[in-house]
Design a protein around this ligand. Structure first.
Ligand code: SF4
Length: 469
């Protein structure tokens, strides 16, 4: 009987991409995916330390693995990811969860197969966490969720040290992949039928991949010179078969005019950007160590909309940063009204141990943070509803991702602006659909980009209809 694995991933797309690598390694070692994390022979928990909520969820899930592990000590439980880069969490695991078999960090994922074999064959308990990041490992396997869209990591780590953020301490300093390695990965994906890629990095705008000994012919760049993010995007835009390119995340201080121009010039770059603002108050932005003010941010929005009037803009906002006054909060609301985001991820500030903001005076009382959060959401949702209404009756190209989780007769996909659309499909009257059943017709659309007419545009969701051609 085949052995099985399950990976529970907390946090961001970088973690999701790491989990794809770990899944690829386990499959190369002969393990098969199991949908039930408590029943799998191997369970990997890939942790996130960006917000308190993810920490708590992790310990909740880990606790549920204790009984299955006691009943079958042959089961292997692995814990990895950002939390494991902090000694305090390793100490907690050792004290309270000594039955965990393997603990490793964000920097030594490439070594997972060796650690795994030692745990599986020699029954060793292993804790190996590298304090510092080495060069980015290339050529690792990956088990991707979809054949038609993929994450491609172009850099790792962050140099920005925003005062509320733990990432530079858990993921290390910025390292960019070699440009030729990025292109080779995307060309391989295109050759296997992938249509959409999402380029990943904590701050993709500061990508600076170094050309190897032979230089980067395709960029016309000499050995040892660096390729910028806009240069990389322009080259990716020429790869046959890739129809949509997205990227995440951008830091406003590094968003260059050259990158803005890419939205006007590039055929396959989606008209969509996620540009975290975090706060509208210049005083709070300074305390956050963000290196821009609200005027600079608004100027970037103006430039983006001048280059690409249809661009959809989303953001991240933190409410209740230490010392945030009512006036500071109102500045955030004012900025949201000016930008009119298509969507926004809002977070209530939570203390992260080991960050400078942890020690800042004037932590905002929970009650006030929640009140402000609710007020901000009201504004964001009103604008979102107004913007969503603009899609009513529009016909939009949608990359079909699969069947809706709540209705097997409905397909779901994403627009270029990254909005989810649930839609039904019908054959034109009197026409032969050319496939055996409605379900088979719908199934054949998965992975394709097709026109969908929006018949109901709601605040958070779009509903549409598509006709079989
Ligand atoms: S840019 Fe700031 S918020 Fe983003 S990962 Fe780096 S330190 Fe964290």
């Amino acid at each position: 009987m085949s052995r099985t694995y399950h990976i529970v991933t907390f946090g961001c797309q970088m973690n999701e991409r790491d989990s794809e690598t770990i899944a690829g390694m386990l499959e190369e070692m002969g393990y098969e995916y199991c949908p039930d994390f408590k029943a799998a022979d191997v369970c990997v928990l890939n942790t996130c330390s960006v917000r308190e909520h993810a920490d708590k969820r992790f310990f909740g899930v880990l606790g549920q693995l204790k009984n299955p592990h006691e009943q079958d000590p042959g089961r292997i439980v692995c814990v990895c990811g950002c939390m494991m880069q902090q000694q305090v969490h390793i100490d907690t695991l050792k004290a309270k969860y000594p039955w965990v078999d393997i603990v490793f960090g964000t920097h030594n994922i490439a070594d997972f197969p060796r650690m795994f074999r030692n745990a599986a064959e020699e029954h060793q308990k292993i804790t190996e966490v590298w304090k510092d990041a080495g060069p980015i490992a290339e050529g690792l396997p990956a088990k991707r969720e979809y054949p038609f869209k993929a994450f491609v990591s172009i850099m790792q780590g962050c140099n920005n040290f925003c005062t509320y953020c733990i990432v530079p301490y858990t993921r290390g300093r910025e390292r960019s992949r070699a440009p030729e390695a990025v292109l080779a990965e995307i060309e391989g994906l295109a050759a296997s039928g992938c249509r959409e890629i999402m380029l990943l990095g904590q701050n993709v705008n500061s990508y600076a991949g170094v050309c190897g000994e032979d230089g980067c012919d395709r960029f016309g760049i000499a050995p040892g010179q660096k390729v910028t993010f806009p240069q990389l995007l322009r080259r990716i835009d020429c790869i046959d078969g890739i129809e949509r390119v997205r990227f995440m995340t951008s830091h406003p201080k590094d968003l260059s005019d050259d990158l803005v121009q890419c939205f006007a010039d590039l055929k396959h770059l989606c008209k969509q950007i996620h540009l975290p603002v975090q706060a509208g108050s210049d005083r709070v932005l300074k305390e956050m160590n963000r290196h821009y003010d609200s005027a600079h941010y608004l100027e970037l929005i103006r430039k983006l909309r001048a280059a690409c009037p249809e661009i959809a803009i989303s953001t991240d906002i933190i409410v209740g940063f230490p010392g945030e006054t009512e006036e500071d909060f109102q500045a955030t609301v004012d900025l949201v009204e000016k930008v009119r985001y298509d969507s926004a991820f809002t977070f209530i500030y939570s203390v992260r141990k080991g960050t400078p903001a942890e020690k800042m005076p004037d932590q905002v009382p929970e009650e006030i943070k929640h009140q402000r959060f609710d007020r901000l959401l009201e504004v964001i949702h009103r604008i979102q509803e107004e913007k969503s209404a603009e899609y009513q009756d529009a016909v939009l190209p949608v990359l079909v991702e699969g069947f809706s989780k709540t209705d097997p007769n409905v397909l779901t996909g994403r627009t270029e602006s990254n909005k989810t659309v649930d839609f039904t499909v019908r054959a034109p009257e009197g026409a032969e659909a050319g496939c055996n059943s409605a379900a088979a017709c719908a199934e054949a659309l998965i992975g394709q980009i097709i026109p969908v007419k929006i018949v109901k545009a709601q605040t958070f969701s779009l509903y549409g209809e598509a006709e079989l051609q």
